[in-house]
Design a protein around this ligand. Structure first.
Ligand code: ADP
Length: 356
């Protein structure tokens, strides 16, 4: 246990109040002596030893009393305007050290208090809020990752158990083995996305800019979904300007198109339509991906760029809610803009503007 130092508070008290008391006493004594000497000279008074003795006693008592009053007033002022708020800040900081980020410091009363203390409390509260947000993100992130991993793991476990059965037909064996492969692929995809997002958020990926044909890249990405739109009888409409080049990181941008296209085809029912357009001005390129799919409510639209957010839970097995978070991060890194317009039951349009 820490040994209590009894001398320290006394020294602190001496330092705070006794020095102030002496100072006030000295000032009052000087003022009194000056006043008496001016009075004596101007009135031509001659003071006897007896007069001086009595006056000295009265003045001494006066000086002590006045100095005491001033010291008490100053001590109260200091306690109220400095010590109390500082104590509050220290107590709040100790709570933060213990992990309680909900703590906030009340603003110091503006009357007679130092404005810099108000600034300190404001900054302290902002800091506590930021730390609380980061902590929530961290715990949410861990909870989400664990939750997302549980489903494919459970699926793989089930198929693995079924595969152990000795009397399995070849057909069933193939089906269960495919279940295991699909589950592991889902987990691998999620891990890849988490790692990419993590690296993007920590700025470990610095865009490797090169000049390339944007239209060509969009078409190449689109072609990867040919079997999907053919299988689901989705009409694909394109209006892509030719010869538009951009200076950007082509690998990062391809993540953007892949995520937007896979969502458009995933959320559009059979017989629907997906439209991809790209136009450019001298300094910007504008890309729009529209679909006639299920659309989303404004509430869902407000969260889609958050990590692990999935508005449409019926299709949660086909994704992990990381795609659009990744898209947004890439667009931010490229200092571009992304927006979404959607009507429930009618369709969705994502618009992206990037610098050329
Ligand atoms: P995932 O597709 O893996 O669920 P995303 O981050 O790509 O994750 O998308 C987040 C959510 O945004 C989706 O769960 C869905 O609710 C909504 N969303 C994204 N694109 C579309 C779209 N084209 N049409 C309707 N909803 C969409």
């Amino acid at each position: 246990m820490k040994k209590k130092n009894r001398v320290a508070p006394v020294l602190r008290w001496l330092n705070h109040y006794f020095v102030f008391f002496l100072l006030v006493a000295f000032v009052i004594t000087c003022c009194t002596m000056l006043f008496v000497s001016v009075l004596r000279d101007s009135l031509g008074l001659t003071l006897t030893d007896e007069n001086i003795g009595t006056a000295a006693k009265i003045t001494f008592v006066n000086v002590i009393l006045l100095s005491l009053i001033f010291t008490v007033i100053d001590a109260l002022r200091r306690k109220w305007t400095v010590e109390r708020p500082v104590k509050q800040i220290i107590e709040a900081a100790e709570k933060i050290i213990e992990g309680d980020y909900s703590v906030r410091v009340k603003p110091v009363s503006p009357v007679g208090s130092d404005d810099s203390l108000n600034r300190i409390t404001e900054c302290f509260n902002d800091m506590a809020e930021e730390l609380g947000g980061v902590e929530t993100l961290r715990t949410d992130f861990i909870a989400n990752v664990s939750h997302e991993m549980k489903t494919p793991l459970a699926v793989m476990q089930n198929y693995g158990t079924l595969l152990q059965s000795p009397e399995l037909s070849d057909e069933k064996r193939m089906e269960y083995a495919k279940g295991v492969v699909d589950g592991s692929r889902r987990m691998a995809d999620m891990m890849t996305n988490i790692l990419k997002l993590n690296r993007l958020e920590n700025q470990q990926i610095f865009p490797k800019t090169e000049e390339f044909d944007l239209g060509e890249q969009i078409c190449e990405c689109l072609l990867q979904y040919e079997n999907v739109w053919e299988k689901n009888d989705i009409e694909l409409e394109t209006d892509i300007a030719e010869g538009v080049t951009v200076r950007a990181d082509s690998e990062l941008l391809s993540h953007v198109w892949n995520n937007l296209f896979s969502n458009a085809f995933k959320f559009t029912p059979e017989g629907g339509r997906v439209r991809v357009s790209m136009s450019a001005t001298e300094h910007h390129a504008k890309i729009q991906v529209s679909d006639t799919g299920c659309g989303m409510t404004p509430e869902v639209g407000a969260h889609i760029f958050e990590k692990f957010y999935q508005g449409d839970t019926s299709r949660s097995s086909e994704g992990n809610g990381l795609g659009l978070a990744l898209v947004k991060r890439v667009v931010d890194i490229m200092q571009g803009e992304i927006s979404v317009e959607s009507v429930l039951g009618e369709g969705t349009t994502f618009t992206i503007r990037i610098r050329r």
